[in-house]
Design a protein around this ligand. Sequence first.
Ligand code: PMP
Length: 417
Amino acid sequence: MATLSPLLKQATPVLAERGEGVYLYDTEGRRHLDFTAGIGVTNTGHCHPRVVEAARAQVGTLIHGQYTTVMHEPLLRLVDALGDVLPDGLDSLFFLNSGSEAVEASIRLARHATGRQNIVVFHGSFHGRTMGAAALTTAGTKFRAGIGPLMPGAAIAPFPQAYRYGWDEAEAVRFALRELDYLLVTASPASDTAAFVVEPVLGEGGYIPAPPAFLEGLRERADRHGILLIMDEVQTGFGRTGRFWGHQHADAKPDVLITAKGLASGFPLSAIAAPTALMEKARPGSQGGTYGGNAVACAAALATLQVIAEEGLVDNAARQGARLNDGLRKVAADHPEIGDVRGLGLMQASEFTGPDGEPDAAAAQRAHKAAADHGLLLLTCGAYGNVVRMIPPLIVTEAQVDDALALWSRAVADAVG
Ligand code: PMP
């Protein structure tokens, strides 16, 4: 008899049987309000009928059209459809399976295109767990401790974490950009730096939106030094933040955009997008994989794009996100243990801290568990595990946001009294 490895660390005890919309049902028939969306993946809700229908039809036609061997229609149609939502000029796409793989692909592309080796990331970053992506990941001990040596060439600059510094946002941005400038003349000279890789909202690192002035500062420095600006939109893309892409909250367009998670509503699919002229600098055949651009995943992604447009999910994310943020602030107002509430669209978080702003992971873990006991599934994040985040599907209704807030209020009262 085999057993599941104890290295698995599961956030909730739920044994899921089926999912429908914003709900998961366990094997005992209990309903859970799923504000994790499978870590920000099921943006169209669990088993959206249009996605199910598209995937079913494709399964009966062609499952595995291996796209480095033969081309298939769903992938070509997806390239066309993504052209309508990608930033102007990012007109060339390459497909993989996971966020981590797409991050790896962007590193290879940046090194080929610039002939430089260093990649600058920002403290608290999460870009994946494969060994190259792990070298770019600084979101917490568990992602790095004991697994090195990691890929050389990664340099780390501060991310403007205003709340943690105890500063206002403008000061945090000034500090972060000053330190980046310093890095570019010291540890990672600009002439050796291929790319900045940044999340428009620091995700696993604590749900901290990048201030627009920070992303704009990165764009300006990238242009000045011939460095590529790579936006990791794995978690922030596909409407999650109330704009189609997270970087659209700032006046800063990426040179390379990385997408995954929400792209195919739960089927494994990721992609990098860049201008054709940039992609042409990569060596043909230097990237790829057996399953990248899977036909069923591409069909699901096409349906996902249609659902997002037809159901107005980007606007809904902005509207419900504002409502959720407002409600979270009201809960925090009654509980000094919640030191900060922040987020963009339907990426919202409550940070638990002690009287001097020190991280209080125990309170966050208690609140997270109490919420699950009340039927509300959430996740934690942040380097200290003291941030509780909410990432519901983008189809969430006002009434469901209010239900979640009522359950959250009870969970926080249980956790901190
Ligand atoms: N980048 C970001 C911003 C992410 O949030 C994640 C996953 N949480 C990844 C990359 C890695 O994606 P995957 O788990 O699909 O490899």
